[in-house]
Each structure stands twice: as structure tokens, then as C-alpha cells.
Design a protein around this ligand. Structure first.
Ligand code: NDP
Length: 246
């Protein structure tokens, strides 16, 4: 038994980094979890193994969130297996940093396709499954970068700001149906996504963070579980920063 037993959860990019911590936290609270990934099958299998007995309630799904047909096919499979959906976490995301003047079209487009189009495709598939149960929680994993902007990350920041705007609009469309839509905005969180940052830049970023450290994946997961809870019933269209005070 747990706070989310008898609930079905879908988490994109749910097998590594922040997404894996969110999947694990829901599993610990009794949920049935579908964690998706794109390419890294090895990491996905290792994650399932690490879940022990709770892994029996974990289903792995491989597809690219930027591929609208693949997302639609996923929701067809999902509906046949699970029927209703209670919580969708749009977590999958990528960075392809470059200064705007030097940014290749593909660097811009791939980030927008994965981070923003992917969020739209997943919401489009999930909302009908929530409407039929007259209950739902959608949580986007945005970024403080979408508010602040960072040099070299115009594509990433634009995609993350877009997720907030999408969530705010969608929240108004479904509010009467007891479906809430919110976005969490992590700051710098210790994952492989930041593995390529040069050491001097990491030191500079840590100096700028009031808490003087990067966040842990579990610190994002606990905020997501709160927004996904029944108790968060009057919070919608909002953003929650998890950034150590940035
Ligand atoms: P990781 O790089 O550690 O993990 C990313 C996950 O997304 C992986 O599971 C990956 O799958 C999946 N993914 C990537 N592209 C696709 C795709 N096209 N289709 C489906 N799944 C895909 O990232 P983090 O855990 O650090 O980040 C998770 C989210 O949090 C992202 O949206 C990121 O922008 C956001 N965020 C992260 C911050 C940080 O400091 N780490 C700060 C602010 C926001 P696979 O394993 O197959 O590669």
C-alpha cells in the first residue's frame, strides 16, 4: 500500500536521471509505472533490475517522444493494457548547446522537437484517457533556464518556456474535469545531462546558487509526487522552482 497504489503513472525518460528517481518514488508509493526511454536500453534494463520486487509494477516502453506516430501507437498499446491513466510526467529532454549565431538548424529543431513537440504529443494522447476517468495530473519537467535564459541554450530555454505556456493553456481547457497541469522548474540537478559541463563552469554555477550546490534527483521527485497527489487538487497552471534559490 502507498499514496499512489491503484494509480497508473506514465513517465517519459523514466529510466535515467531525474526520470528514474520519479519512477522509483512512485513505485515506492505503490503505483503501476510505465517508464519510457528512447535509445539507452541497457540503462533501462539496469533500472528495472535495481527496483527489486517493485519492478514487477514497472513496464518499460521504448519510443521517441518526438515521433507523433510512435507516441500514438504507444497510447493504443497503453489503453489496451491499462485503460485509465492517472498521472503523466513529461520528463524526457535533451540539450544541444550553441550560441544563436552559430546554431545549426538541426540543433534548434531537435531540441524543440523532443522537449516541446514531445510534450504536446504525450499530452494529446494522455488527456482523453484522463477525461474518461474525470481525474488526472500532468506534470511537465521544465527548467529555470526557460525563465532566466542562459548563453548557448536559446533552443533549450525556448523549449522549456514553451512547456510552461502549453501547461498553462491546457490547464484551463481541462480544469473543470478535475485534471491539473503544472510544470516544475529544476535548476542544476546532478545527472548525466550536465556531465559535459566544464569544471570551471560548474564551479561558477555553484557559486551563483544560494544553496551553493547542485540538487539531487530525489529533490525533484518529491516535488513531482506532491503535485501528483490528490492533496494538490487546487494547484493548476502553476510552476514550482526546485533550484536551491536561483
Ligand atoms: P538525462 O539525460 O539524465 O535523461 C534524459 C531521459 O530522457 C533519458 O531517459 C532519455 O532516454 C530520455 N529521452 C531523451 N530524448 C528522448 C526522446 N526523443 N524520446 C524519449 N525519451 C527521450 O536527463 P535529466 O534526468 O538530467 O533531465 C530530465 C529532464 O529534466 C529533462 O527534461 C531536462 O531538460 C530537465 N532538467 C534537467 C536539469 C538538470 O540539471 N539535470 C535541470 C533542469 C531541467 P534514453 O535513456 O534512452 O537516452
Amino acid at each position: 500500500m502507498g499514496f499512489f497504489s491503484e494509480q497508473n503513472i506514465v513517465i517519459t525518460g523514466g529510466t535515467r536521471g531525474i526520470g528514474a528517481a520519479i519512477s522509483r518514488a512512485f513505485l515506492e508509493q505503490g503505483a503501476a509505472v510505465v517508464a519510457t526511454y528512447c535509445r539507452n536500453q541497457e540503462a533501462a534494463q539496469a533500472f528495472k533490475q535495481s527496483c527489486g520486487a517493485a519492478g514487477e509494477r514497472l513496464v518499460l516502453e521504448q519510443f521517441d517522444v518526438a515521433d507523433s506516430a510512435a507516441v500514438a501507437a504507444f497510447f493504443t498499446r497503453y489503453e489496451q493494457q491499462f485503460g485509465v491513466l492517472h498521472v503523466l510526467v513529461n520528463n524526457s529532454g535533451i540539450r544541444r548547446d550553441a550560441l544563436v549565431a552559430m546554431m545549426e538548424q538541426e540543433q534548434w529543431s531537435s531540441v524543440l522537437r523532443t522537449n516541446l513537440d514531445g510534450t504536446y504529443y504525450m499530452c494529446r494522447g494522455a488527456i482523453p484517457l484522463m477525461l474518461s476517468g474525470r481525474y488526472g495530473r500532468v506534470i511537465n519537467i521544465g527548467s529555470v533556464g526557460g525563465k532566466m535564459g542562459l548563453p548557448g541554450q536559446a533552443n533549450y530555454a525556448a523549449s522549456k518556456a514553451g512547456q510552461v505556456a502549453l501547461a498553462k493553456s491546457l490547464s484551463r481547457e481541462v480544469a473543470k474535469k478535475k485534471i491539473t497541469v503544472n510544470t516544475v522548474l529544476p535548476g542544476f540537478i546532478q545527472t548525466e545531462l550536465l556531465a559535459d559541463l566544464p569544471a570551471d563552469l560548474v564551479a561558477q554555477y555553484k557559486k551563483d546558487i544560494p544553496m551553493k550546490r547542485f540538487g539531487q534527483v530525489e529533490e525533484v521527485a518529491s516535488a513531482v509526487l506532491f503535485l501528483a497527489s490528490r492533496e494538490a487538487s487546487y494547484i493548476t497552471g502553476s510552476t514550482l522552482e526546485i533550484s536551491g534559490g536561483l
